[in-house]
Design a protein around this ligand. Structure first.
Ligand SMILES: [Zn+2]
Length: 330
């Protein structure tokens, strides 16, 4: 009897320590991985060039692989930006959604190697690395949002390699990636008038639809992170009979995003984390969540249920169609 009681006590103590993490100050912080915390933060990562050497706006293929490995080991699960803002994603229980975004559609992000009469994917480009990683780890899907430039000069536009533009865009669409607007040619939208802003965003849309008829481009990355005046033109507008509407707008900097279920989440001004080994890069944020797991989004694995720490109801946005499930602090 006594033995059983001791066993039970040890079991409870064990449970406490596995669901809590002791932070550097020595106090226990709740860890919602078991229960779910869908009011926690999410990371939207921002990549530019993939290639050599490593730099402020460039990540090497090795370091990009290292990032995927760290995300995988840390229990993160890639989804596209449009699915985050639509609150429409299936992330397994106990995992954290993460969004990878790629700006400027450079060749290192997506390179094709001619192969006899056909072609193959360069295993050292971002798309190749993601697909290979996902093949090895089927519980880590290859997802990402590519903010493309259709009219910057040839060799730079739409991942370089003019002869493969259509192939690449179709490949991205057909393999579960997202294509987003980054303006026609990387125009600083703060430096031009209302008509040029709308021309830039509408023509980018038209150009992508030439390759992908009917494609809905609903995400925008502001070139240089600069807003047009008025700001609403980034959200919707029209030019020459072409109208556009964006449901998600990402900025250039520089912090985690609130949960898409939170009032604090603004889909039309989403902060991103600059990829890189900096004090504000991915590794630093992953470390931060190891110390402070209570800040991190953990999925409950149920698509139409929002699980959140009891007492924080007032932080929720109106989330039509979702059941709310408050949980006590573990
Ligand atoms: Zn850019």
């Amino acid at each position: 009897m006594e033995k059983n009681r001791l066993f039970l006590l040890l079991l409870l103590v064990g449970l406490f320590f596995t669901t809590s993490v002791i932070n550097s100050e020595g106090t226990a912080r709740p860890d919602y991985q078991q229960t779910g915390n869908e009011l926690g933060e999410v990371l939207v990562l921002e990549y530019h060039l993939i290639g050599y050497p490593e730099g402020d706006w460039r990540r090497t293929p090795e370091n990009f692989r290292k990032d995927l490995e760290a995300l995988y080991q840390g229990g993160y699960y890639p989804i596209n930006l449009r699915d985050l803002v639509a609150k429409d994603f299936a992330v397994p229980k106990g995992k954290t959604p993460v969004v990878l975004t790629f700006d400027d559609s450079s060749e290192g992000q997506f390179r094709i190697i001619p192969d006899g009469k056909g072609w193959r994917l360069d295993p050292e480009c971002a798309v190749g690395i993601m697909l290979e990683f996902s093949r090895k780890h089927p519980d880590f899907p290859a997802r990402g949002t590519f903010f493309v430039l259709p009219a910057i000069k040839k060799g730079l536009r739409l991942f370089g390699q003019e002869e493969y533009i259509e192939t690449k865009l179709k490949f991205l669409r057909d393999n579960g990636f997202e294509i987003g607007n980054h303006s026609y040619w990387h125009q600083n939208l703060g430096k031009v008038g209302a008509e040029e802003v709308q021309r830039q965003l509408a023509l980018a849309k038209r150009e992508i639809e030439k390759y992908l008829p009917g494609y809905k481009m609903t995400s925008l990355s502001l070139p240089f992170g600069v807003w047009p005046k008025p700001r609403e033109l980034a959200v919707s507008g029209q030019y020459d009979g072409i109208s556009y509407k964006h449901d998600a707008i990402v900025l250039v900097g520089s912090g985690p995003a609130p949960s898409p279920f939170a009032k604090a989440f603004n889909p039309l001004a989403i902060e991103r984390i600059q990829a890189g080994d900096t004090p504000w890069g991915l590794a630093a944020h992953l470390k931060r969540y190891e110390k402070k797991p209570h800040l991190r989004f953990f999925s409950d694995g149920q698509r139409n249920v929002i699980t959140f720490p009891a007492g924080r109801e007032n932080e929720l946005a109106p989330n039509a169609g979702f059941k709310l499930r408050p949980v006590k602090t573990p």
